[in-house]
Write a protein that binds this ligand. Structure first.
Ligand SMILES: Nc1ncnc2c1ncn2[C@@H]1O[C@H](COP(=O)(O)OP(=O)(O)O)[C@@H](O)[C@H]1O
Ligand SMILES: O=C(O)C1=C[C@@H](OP(=O)(O)O)[C@@H](O)[C@H](O)C1
Length: 622
């Protein structure tokens, strides 16, 4: 799948790990009647510029009759045979470049299930789900479906769910959008965005990973210790402050039923763009999942659970090193773009960080194919933290990142995905865990987080809300920084401020969005095209200053938020931009990004709006 203006990108950088699916491979959607296969297929086909094929439509075109009439006169068996031949032909002929929506009953025949299973070795088979009650209501209200055979729609749903799961490579929950039915191709920008997020992940276009490679940057995960993540949703904004990743502690959830898990992930995704870590903590490591008896059924169930996590497209999976080697190996071999964290822990606190056993455990996890090694011990004294640092120093230059954690009141702070807690979660996920706010305070007090000064540069700026916004954010996050107004009459006066040792960064506003550029050593691609910079920050390592433009992103986000099916951007959509300065240039760029091609702008001197011409370094023609 090509990145395109219609598929918004998520926050994190693209991956380095291997992608299992070619971006050209056809996408097949399966799932119960009415879940939204045709809706999503239409949206995906349009965005990808691919042809949409629908087994129901192919049938109706070939037989020139509705399925309901055909079934009424010739019966279900005759329909199923023809449907199977259609599926066979479509899957054989269209290996690439097509979106194929299947009828809800394709999984009824064993032959079709095998066809789908062999197709998924190279193409994508996505099982679409939606809230059962909403779909059953839709099926009951609809008159165009033939009746089910000896069973209710609900019974068919329950019977088929396992078949869909056995045949798919990924599972997508298209949560019901609470609006009156909209035309298919414009159902909701929300469903679209979340569906494309899965496709971008699968194709490796954007795997939404936390950047853990830079030693200068710490990252944090928050364990959602709720028994149902819906309880977290009203507090999600507070919970996500400072956080890079959600850890879903599935052992604490009220159920491990695959459909329940699929909805838990979907609900979290609808409310937050942060990546998700799927963790199942066993009792021996302080969790609620019972320690595994060594029998085949228990091992099989554990394996199925983690395979299901892969099917849901979670960005991270935590595997305990004490899991059966067959489970570890199976998940590593199927992981695609999911990152596997291999976890070794000793909550009894008998292991020494400097002992040979710890290094051997580390080497074993790397050998088993984990992408990140997580090692957990208990700090009995402050010296244990120094031993942890010593151990980390011996392995931190290795390509596999390490999360080394000491639990307990003497615990220290880790660089990679530090697990933190929050006053609003029901319980800490491990003893001695502190909040993100507290970690920042400790880092400051121990000299690891120097206080910086931030500014807004411009003139006149007395009215600016930026200091209030930023200082509130610093105070809420426990950061020691300060943000001030810096009103100057010339841009040259800013050089001195930028050069001071505690300069953390600045916002730039009128009249310096263009004039600041000569003071910078690097300017982002977007800012170059726009020809204006509104944010500057020091380049790590003292290599000068970098400029970016965030105005266009904010404007684009606002535009997308308020686009509805009724006012979608079309070739006749016209925008009027008031002004022609730095921010107006960012506005032109944002409008271009959302597909508006007719743009008028005015300047203070204009009597009537002018039509915008090729500008912005020649990249936009209006
Ligand atoms: N996420 C959703 N929220 C609300 N309504 C939806 C959603 N997805 C689909 N629908 C509606 O449900 C109905 C069935 O959708 P459709 O795509 O035809 O399902 P399928 O192809 O799986 O039978 C349509 O009226 C569609 O607009
Ligand atoms: O569930 C089923 O058995 C059927 C689902 C329908 O397709 P959709 O799922 O695309 O509505 C259609 O193939 C036919 O009415 C049979």
């Amino acid at each position: 799948m090509q990145p395109s203006a219609s598929i918004p990108s998520s926050r994190a950088p693209s991956p380095t790990n291997a992608t299992r699916y070619s971006r050209q491979a056809s996408i097949v959607l399966i799932g119960m009647r009415g879940v939204g296969k045709t809706t999503l297929a239409t949206i995906a086909a349009k965005a990808l510029g691919w042809q949409l094929l629908d087994t129901d439509l192919v049938f109706e075109q070939q037989y020139q009759t509705s399925i309901a009439d055909f079934v009424a006169s010739r019966g279900w068996d005759a329909f199923r045979q023809i449907e199977s031949d259609i599926l066979h032909a479509l899957l054989q002929t269209h290996l690439t470049g097509k979106v194929i929506a299947c009828g809800g009953g394709v999984v009824e025949l064993e032959r079709n299930r095998s066809l789908l299973q062999s197709f998924r070795s190279h193409g994508l088979v996505i099982h679409v789900l939606r809230e059962k009650d909403a779909v059953l209501d839709y099926i009951r209200a609809s008159t165009h479906f033939p009746p089910f055979y000896h069973e209710s729609a609900k019974e068919a749903w329950d019977r088929r769910e396992k078949f869909f799961r056995d045949c798919c490579s990924f599972e997508f929950v298209s949560l019901t959008v609470p609006v009156p039915p909209a035309p298919r191709d414009t159902l909701s920008s929300l469903s679209r965005t979340i569906f494309f997020r899965l496709l971008r992940f699968v194709h490796g276009v954007d795997t939404n990973k936390v950047s853990v490679g830079h030693r200068s940057r710490r990252s944090y995960s928050l364990s959602l210790t709720f028994d149902d993540v819906t309880q977290a949703i009203p507090k999600i904004e507070d919970l996500s402050l400072g956080i890079d990743l959600w850890e879903l502690r599935t052992d604490l959830l009220s159920s491990l039923d695959p459909t329940f898990l699929a909805f838990q992930i979907a609900i979290l995704r609808r409310h937050s763009p942060l990546p998700i870590l799927f963790t199942l903590r066993t009792a021996r490591h302080g969790g609620r999942f019972p320690d595994l008896p060594n029998d085949e059924t228990a091992v099989g169930n554990l394996n199925s659970l983690f395979r299901h996590a892969l099917r849901l497209g979670v960005e991270y999976i935590d595997l305990e090193v004490t899991f059966p080697p067959s489970v570890f190996a199976d998940i590593v071999s199927l992981k695609g773009n999911t990152t596997v964290i291999g976890m070794y822990s000793d909550i009894s606190g008998t292991i020494s960080w400097t002992g040979l056993q710890t290094k051997q455990a580390y080497d074993k996890i790397v050998q088993m194919g984990a992408d990140i090694v997580k090692m957990v011990n208990v700090a009995r004294s402050f010296e244990d933290n120094l031993s942890l640092r010593q151990f980390v120093a011996t392995v931190e230059r290795n390509p596999t990142p390490i999360m080394a954690i000491n639990l307990g009141p003497e615990a220290t702070l880790n660089h990679v995905l530090s697990p933190v807690s929050h006053p609003l979660v029901p319980r800490v996920s491990s003893p001695g865990q502190i909040s993100f706010y507290e970690t920042q305070k400790i880092l400051y007090l121990t000299g690891l987080l120097p206080a910086k000064k931030y500014y807004v540069f411009g003139c006149p700026i007395a009215h600016s809300m930026s200091p209030t916004l930023h200082n509130t954010a610093f105070a809420t996050l426990g950061l020691p920084h300060a943000y001030e107004l810096k009103e100057t009459l010339t841009v040259e006066e800013l050089s001195e401020v930028i050069a001071s040792a505690n300069f953390g960064g600045a916002s730039v506003t009128i009249p310096y969005k263009r004039d600041i550029i000569p003071l910078l050593q690097h300017v982002s691609r977007h800012a170059k095209i726009i020809g204006a910079v509104n944010t500057i920050s020091p380049i790590p390592g003292g290599a000068g200053y970098s400029g970016d433009n965030t105005d266009w992103r904010a404007i684009k986000t606002c535009l997308l938020r308020y686009l509805t099916p009724a006012n979608a951007v079309t070739s006749t959509t016209t925008a009027l931009v008031l002004g022609a300065g730095g921010t107006s240039r960012a506005t032109l760029y944002a409008l271009h990004q959302v597909g508006v091609i007719n743009i008028l702008y005015t300047t203070a001197r204009d009597e009537k709006p002018r039509r915008s011409r090729a500008s912005l370094s020649g990249s936009i023609r209006c």
